[in-house]
Design a protein. Structure first.
Lengths: 356, 275
């Protein structure tokens, strides 16, 4: 045991441990004993811990080297993958190697540090005193004096004309960012109320881009997604113009209704041969609804389970959607292809503030 | 690590072997049955229909009616076509194990493929309907897999998931996984619209497009599928979630343990040594 009560700042002080000043109190209470001893209670135990920590640090070093080696050695670029190799497998292999080596390195480093702290450092309690946050009175007086001096030297209190014009000069600069917000637009105007469908615009399959005759969709229970012809590369148009065509058997389709302007109208003459066209955009938050069950005639939205009854004007029968799916009026072109008879008569997709 | 990945791909190889076997069976069948309209074939067809009819009377007519006209328990099969019979029976959905609206895929243990073809021939003889696609109709050689992906995303993915893993429908029904489906079964399902599935006839999705879709479904199975529980090829999302939630909780516990006061025994041992 090292007895150093007379030398509080002895050579055994270690960085990170508290100043030995409070020890004076302890020394008075138990003068023959130091506040803490850096010597471990169990020498053999400490030696084992030291070796373990060193081994973990060496492991962390090796794993860190492995990380660098994996980064350099395991290429993922398609140009460097051997012929016949799989990009996905290469990325998977690289990720595994990088992740494993980094995890081992960090875990070994952390575990080593923990064992170091818990088994090698002396067991002492540290109290940190709180201090007044307020500055010393002389500092406060000096600051007040400096401030008044600065104000006097700058003449800002004596020359109101300069002071006021300076404030005037900064006012527009402060307001400028608010003006810039204007350019976040333009506002959608009436875009939310209209789609690109118009009278005579043919419906084509998405993917195949073929126009359809009623005979192409003649089996009851058929369903297909169609888009307006010529708009396959216009994502802004497609975002609102997606339509599903559903073919019903004789007598399965109830006379559908739809809002035309503000009034509910019968829309049986919007169908062709028991083929009905509904917007594919859910009226809740706009997910594509094409999950059609031909046995129940339900159209289910996979996002929030809004369910529409396709045989009954696509009315909502379950879920958070507030309105039926808008129906697209259909007509036949002179060549006998299915086309729109007009645009949708109400806005498609989710509600918006000014929808009414 | 490469051995792990190659081992992971073994199940897909199994599916491919099954699919290949069924394609071979289909080729044999078409070679046997599709040999033109000679009198011999017609007689063979007629005997097949009569064999199918007797099988139908034994095993199907109690629900579907003696003339396949349907009963209150099961739909009419008039006009259903050979493709619908082959799909329902080769996937084990028929004979049904109960009278629910939805039948799950199960191994077909009661009928041989030849008996299924016999019953299909009988049902087709009633009023036509979609016929079983030939091996060349479901062959994916030269198919446009990229277009198949687009068509699958547009028409199939909302129910079956973007990689064919299946998904939920309304009121407890579900769209099955396509992982075990053979190309012929996929083709037949599109053609006939089994159960809640809509019909995708040749007018809306052409035979060539059906091949593209089959190519996308079967190609996807052979792609690397990282992660354990991949949620229909979503990737290592479940592992990531577990890593974040479990890992963060573990780190909190470690931090609590690290900052906890040491047990008294340790201090006592120390003070005993001092005294």
């Amino acid at each position: 045991m090292i007895q150093t009560p007379e030398e509080p700042l002895g050579p055994r002080r270690v960085i990170g441990t508290p100043s030995p000043a409070p020890r004076a109190v302890d020394a008075q209470a138990e003068p023959e004993q130091p506040a803490f001893s850096a010597d471990p209670p169990n020498v053999q135990h400490a030696k084992n811990a030291e070796r373990l920590v060193a081994a973990l640090f060496v492991l962390a070093f090796l794993a860190g080297c492995g990380f660098i080696a994996a980064y350099i050695g395991l290429e993922v670029g398609s140009s460097t993958i051997p012929k016949g190799g799989n990009d996905v497998v290469a990325v998977l292999r690289s990720n595994m190697a990088l992740g494993t080596s980094l995890a081992v390195a960090l875990l070994a480093l952390g575990t080593g540090s923990m064992i170091w702290v818990r088994h090698l450092t002396p067991d002492i309690e540290i109290a940190e005193e709180r201090h007044e946050l307020e500055s010393a009175p002389e500092d406060r007086r000096a600051f007040k004096r400096d401030f008044a001096e600065g104000a006097a030297i700058s003449q800002v209190t004596r020359r109101p004309l300069v002071r006021r014009t300076m404030l005037l000069a900064t006012a527009p600069l402060a307001l400028a960012p608010l003006v810039l917000l204007r350019d976040l637009g333009p506002l959608p105007q009436t875009d939310l109320r209209h789609t690109v469908w118009k009278k005579g615009l043919r419906a084509v399959t998405l993917g195949g881009l073929r126009p359809l005759r009623p005979a192409d969709i003649s089996t009851p229970g058929s369903m297909i997604t169609v888009i307006p012809e010529g708009y396959q590369d216009n994502d802004n148009a497609l975002a609102k113009a997606g339509v599903i065509l559903i073919k019903f058997g004789p007598g399965e389709l109830h006379i559908p209704t739809n809002y035309n302007g503000g009034t509910l109208v019968s829309t049986m003459n919007w169908t062709i041969d028991n083929i009905v066209a509904y917007s594919k955009i859910c009226t809740h938050v706009g997910c594509p609804v094409a999950l059609y069950e031909q046995t129940t005639h339900h159209i289910l939205c996979p996002c929030h389970q809004s369910t529409f009854d396709a045989a009954n004007g696509a009315n909502v029968i379950f879920g958070p959607a507030a309105r039926a799916l808008p129906q697209l009026p259909l007509m036949l072109t002179s060549e006998g292809y299915i086309a729109a008879a007009s645009d949708f008569t109400q806005p498609v997709g989710p509600s918006f503030w000014e929808r009414g | 690590m490469s051995s792990i990945i190659s081992r992971r791909r073994h199940p897909a190889a199994g599916y491919a072997a099954v699919a290949g076997g069924l394609v071979v069976a289909g080729v044999l069948y078409s070679a046997l049955s599709g040999g033109g309209a000679s009198a011999a074939t017609a007689a063979q067809d007629q005997s097949q229909v009569s064999q199918g009819h007797s099988l139908f009377l034994d095993s199907c007519s109690s629900c579907h009616g003696l003339d396949a006209q349907g009963t209150s328990q099961a739909p009419s099969l008039i006009g259903a076509g050979a493709a619908a019979v082959d799909f329902q029976m080769s996937t084990g959905r028929m004979p049904a194990k109960d009278l629910s609206a939805e039948n799950e895929r199960k191994p077909q243990t009661e009928f041989t493929q030849q008996q299924i073809y016999d019953i299909a021939a009988y049902v087709a003889s009633l009023a036509g309907g979609p016929s079983i696609p030939s091996a060349s109709q479901v062959s994916t050689s030269g198919a446009n897999t990229a277009l198949g992906e687009e068509l699958f995303s547009t028409n199939c993915a909302q129910c079956h998931g973007f990689a064919g893993a299946g998904g939920a429908l309304t009121y407890g029904k579900n769209a099955p996984s396509l992982n075990a489906s053979t190309p012929t079964q996929i083709y037949e399902a599109m053609l006939t619209g089994p159960e809640a599935m809509p019909v995708f006839g040749d007018g809306t999705i052409t035979p060539a497009e059906k091949k593209d879709i089959i190519a996308y479904i079967t190609d996807t199975r052979t792609e690397a599928n990282p992660g354990g529980f991949s949620l229909g090829r979503t990737g290592t999302v479940t592992e990531g979630l577990l890593g974040w939630l479990g890992g963060l909780g573990f780190l909190v516990l470690i931090a609590m343990w690290l900052t906890a006061k040491r047990r008294d025994g340790h201090v006592k041992a120390e003070s005993e040594q001092h005294s």
